[in-house]
Design a protein around this ligand. Structure first.
Ligand code: GLN
Length: 270
């Protein structure tokens, strides 16, 4: 090969290399990291809440655990995909998926008609409703007693919407908090007289003794506030991941893994 030909070939190789590099950097705009070797499974970025026991919480071993965490692990194993769990808080989790910075969210997210405008949800995997709780020794016994008082809610949640829908009728004000544990603290410290939360989560916190609160009102299980949880992806995106989740969920329901996971965290008598 003459020097000039070699130079041209080298230039071509460099051009090809830079095109590959360019393709690589383009794909990093999306959340999924697709392995160069196509036989390797994709690695998804999945968002979750920071403190939402028994669905996700930092366990004693400093690792995230809970029903959502274990379900996702079992489904990923069943379907052969890899993922990175990213505990960012509920509102941030939804936003990161909506903006395409992450592939999916598993965070006890209620399947609602409004959210279906921007997310595609999996099949429902857990029934839930919302409630209102006060300090265990509080003299507040019903919504009527909330008159002229302040209640704590959690940003972007169904239970916050329920509180907003009631505040004019019962004349109370609301303050929003990012995470459930800070919201509970506002009630135990006496700043707010009540908080609004998902019933399974509130009852779990009470039954495990992590908060000294008690539930005074619960939304009707047949109302619009009783909505099951689903795994969600950005609308029109990640259909493949959603299908894997649904297929895996069906499999782990059939083989008993789903029940094992739920029973590990929630005793049948609760
Ligand atoms: N289930 C509630 C909702 O989707 C709250 C979820 C959460 O706080 N992680 O709005």
């Amino acid at each position: 090969m003459k020097l000039r030909q070699f130079g041209a070939a080298l230039g071509g190789m460099l051009l090809a290399a830079s095109l590959v590099a360019c393709g690589g950097s383009q794909s990093s705009d999306t959340a999924t990291t697709q392995s160069a070797d196509s036989t390797e499974p994709a690695k998804y970025k999945i968002e979750t809440d920071v403190a939402f026991a028994p669905f996700e919480y930092l366990g004693k071993s400093n690792e995230y655990e809970g029903i959502d965490v274990d379900l996702l692990a079992a489904i990923a194993k069943d379907q052969g995909f890899e993922y990175e769990l990213d505990p960012v808080g509920f509102d941030a989790a939804l936003q990161n998926v909506q903006s395409g910075q992450a592939d999916g969210v598993i965070a006890g997210a209620s399947i609602t008609e409004e959210r279906k405008e921007v997310f595609d949800f999996s099949d429902p995997y857990y029934d839930s409703t919302v409630c209102c709780a006060v300090k265990a020794d509080s003299n507040i016994k019903s919504f009527e007693d909330l008159k002229d008082k302040n209640v704590a809610t959690k940003t972007g949640t169904m239970s916050a919407k329920w509180a907003e829908s009631l505040k004019d009728q019962y004349n109370f004000t609301t303050t929003e908090f990012k995470d459930s544990d800070i919201m509970y603290q506002d009630v135990t410290s006496g700043n707010s007289v009540a908080c609004f939360e998902d019933t399974p989560v509130m009852k779990y916190a009470i039954s495990t003794g992590s908060v000294d609160l008690s539930v005074i009102e619960e939304a009707d299980a047949k109302s619009e506030w009783a909505t099951p949880y689903g795994f969600a992806v950005k609308k029109g995106q990640n259909a493949e991941l959603l299908k894997k989740f649904n297929d895996g969920l069906a499999n782990i329901k059939k083989n008993g893994t789903y029940d094992e996971i739920v029973n590990k965290y929630v005793k049948a008598d609760k």
